[in-house]
Design a protein around this ligand. Sequence first.
Ligand code: ZN
Ligand code: ZN
Length: 341
Amino acid sequence: MRHAVFVKPGLVEWREVPDPTLQGDLEALVRPIVVGRCDLDVAFVRGLMPMAGGSTLGHEIIGQVVSIGDKVRRTRPGQMVFVPAQISCGVCGNCRRGLTGRCTAVPFAASYGMGRGGDYGGGLADIVRVPFADAMLTPVPAHADPAKLIGLADMATDAWRAIGPHLSRQPDARVAVLGGDAQVIGIYSAGLAVALGAPVVKYIDRDPRRTAVAASYGAEIAADYEAAIGAYDVVVVANAAAKALMKAFDLVAPGGNVISVTPSLADQPTFDTRVLYHRGVNWAIGRPDCRHGHDGALSAWSNCGFCPDRVPTLEVSWDEAPEAWSSGELYVAAVRSSETL
Ligand SMILES: [Zn+2]
Ligand SMILES: [Zn+2]
């Protein structure tokens, strides 16, 4: 089969490799049908996040189940499913607590297409091996167009962890999003906050393309950091500049939450922890729990009208995926046509 690999910054190529096979009773093989380009892929492809040459790419996956192991019960061949970016067993202590990004049954951070531990390949491939089919796979709702829902496969799960749990604890929370490098995740965070009923949702970013989409989701726009004032209960940092994180600490209300969905990349922040201590700031930074996030993101789509496809998406054929992964578009999705099935 073919899979796509990162060669060097700006260059992704198809490579021929042996087909994966079922290696256990709980596994499934899935044929990716739509694969989206995560904001993290943009950082990999541009060389902003380290990735070894030859690493596989693609971790936002909707696919069709091809075959299953003997002990798979809920997953059926032919089913269209979301495949989470991270590998999770569903039964270890962390998975049972919803911490599916820290499953203890696999190497730490084992994922598709990120050059991380374990050997699970990437989503830009003809076949993907899913080691815990029933625990990992979520059916795509019947009659839904997979190309329109691909944003729910990964980036909306990331945005959901930044927004959903906080709004369920505090429905009247004021939300601010510092948009930027994690561009779609930041826009989705604003869109989810609006969909989930936050009374104030401010999206702060200078980029006119991103602010236009955030506005279409119903967020109020502030074009620059200096203009953004006020105390917010939830501040999402989707901008990788150090000053964005420092601004988040200025914007957050006493006892409020700052959630970084990206690390600082170009430079690192300096801040006075005495100020943060005095005001009481809950700062969360880290990878999301992808499988756990599918439930929240799907619920926001089905119950609250959150539409991931409002972000303009360059849809390309499967063959064009490697070149498209370097594109400057906000979002890219590779779609396998039915003739190639
Ligand atoms: Zn991702
Ligand atoms: Zn686990």
